[in-house]
Design a protein around this ligand. Structure first.
Ligand code: ATP
Length: 233
């Protein structure tokens, strides 16, 4: 469903990702791993129109999207949960989720995905009137993912969802990722906690200095030296 080809993005002339190609098939969880500064966030931002790639193409469900503005990419079915979650601190859980469905504001069924969100994150349903800033780190991550699901994506991009979260909640978040996939949403998962996240993934891409240095099925990565290489680099 997603075909990234030879994507290159630079900041003020400094190349952050170079010649990156990646595929996501329907129903897959694809792990993008790599050390700090490897270019993982830049790759996600270049796919979602938050950064403009200098070269390369991105096709989604058969349409070219690399020149589309971010809001149109969201409307096309790609939702992005950025690294720092980007929640409005004073907004309640209810209003944050409602903001996610703004795209469907003229649809009487605008809030239909709420059922799915509450099924995956029952805790959000218990905290509808709580302000985002008063939620725990894990709950804020759930809210950011919930908001993304309200856009009704076909593909969800998650940038380090386990960052700043208690170890106990990490497996809960990864379990949620599996549930979201079971609901028909494909996923690109950027993670540094490779050992845990490779278990829920189908395939992986390993980035180093802005380039893909290895890729393959998750089973292969678990048993190979790539894992070690990713930690050491
Ligand atoms: P991390 O795991 O630390 O988030 P990452 O793999 O997501 O890292 P990126 O954030 O994509 O890596 O950064 C890739 C490179 O691009 C780094 O060298 C970084 O300093 C640089 N970079 C990222 N964002 C910008 C920016 N807005 N302006 C200039 N350089 C940037």
């Amino acid at each position: 469903m997603l075909e990234v080809r030879a994507l290159t993005t630079a900041y003020q002339g400094l190349t952050a990702i170079s010649d990156v190609s990646l595929d996501v098939r329907e129903g897959e969880i694809v792990l993008v791993a790599g050390a700090n500064g490897a270019g993982k966030s830049t790759l996600l931002k270049s796919i979602t129109g938050m950064e403009r790639a200098q070269a390369g193409t991105v096709s989604f469900l058969g349409a070219r999207i690399e020149r589309m503005p971010a809001h149109r990419i969201t409307a096309a079915g790609i939702a992005f949960v950025p690294e720092n979650r980007r929640l409005f601190p004073r907004l309640s859980v209810r209003d944050t989720l409602r903001l996610g469905s703004y795209l469907h504001r003229r649809d009487p069924q605008r809030d239909a995905p709420l059922g799915v969100v509450f099924d995956i994150f029952p805790r959000l349903a218990e905290r509808l009137d709580q302000r985002a800033e008063t939620l725990s780190g894990g709950e804020q991550q759930m809210l950011a993912i919930g908001r993304a699901l309200m856009t009704r994506p076909r593909l969800l991009l998650l940038d380090e969802p386990s960052q700043g979260i208690m170890p106990k909640l990490v497996s809960e978040i990864l379990g949620a990722v599996e549930k979201i996939r079971a609901g028909g949403v494909s996923i690109i998962l950027v993670e540094q906690r490779i050992k845990q996240s490779i278990k829920v993934s189908d395939r992986y891409y390993l980035l180093k200095n802005g380039a893909v240095v290895s890729s393959g099925s998750a089973d292969n990565m678990e048993g190979s030296g790539d894992l070690e290489a990713a930690y050491l680099s």
